[in-house]
Design a protein around this ligand. Structure first.
Ligand code: RP5
Length: 167
């Protein structure tokens, strides 16, 4: 198996139902990834170790998802030189998801976290692939094909909607 280029981490296994979409997206682009549960609150030492060492294993981008008081993406970004994509998760302890959105989005100057929409792990997978693709022509081609396919899907939808209302 090839060496992982993307690290997907989440605060709890309860986040996996959301975070699975990032893994699926990376798989569809043939990008090797690793995936684990790393909690900022419950396993701070593991989080520290992960963030300090991921780039040494060849990881290029970290996707971090968490719900509620979602410190994981920001804390990992504070410790790692890698770009971090944050996925706010609407978890069981979350107030409508706003707590996770704001915790991940509103990072202070100097420590950016590229925050996707609530539960938007699919977009996190696409963004990670685009970052990898900026220096990998095969991945870049896969992303171009993905965009073409998406365009085709919308054209089909457009025809269907127009047909429905044509006399
Ligand atoms: C956060 O608390 C996790 O990221 C998860 O979204 C949420 C709830 O965790 P569990 O109580 O389900 O383990 O730290």
């Amino acid at each position: 198996m090839s060496k992982a280029l993307v690290g997907i981490i989440m605060g709890s296994d309860s986040d996996l139902k959301v975070m699975q979409a990032a893994a699926d997206q990376l798989e569809s682009f043939n990008i090797p990834f690793e995936i684990d549960v790393v909690s900022a609150h419950r396993t701070p030492e593991k989080m520290f170790d992960y963030a300090k060492n991921a780039h040494k294993r060849g990881i290029k981008v970290i996707i971090a998802g968490a719900g509620g008081a979602a410190h994981l993406p920001g804390m990992v970004a504070s410790l790692s030189p890698l770009p971090v994509i944050g996925v706010p998760v609407k978890s069981s302890n979350s107030i409508d998801g706003w707590d996770s959105v704001l915790s991940i989005l509103q990072m202070p100057n100097g420590v950016p976290v590229a925050t996707v929409a609530l539960n938007a792990a699919k977009n996190a997978g696409i963004l990670a692939a685009q970052i990898i693709g900026s220096s990998d022509s095969t991945v870049l081609q896969n992303i171009e094909a993905f965009k073409e396919n998406m365009k085709g899907e919308v054209e089909k939808k457009s025809k269907n909607v127009q047909q429905k209302f044509s006399s």
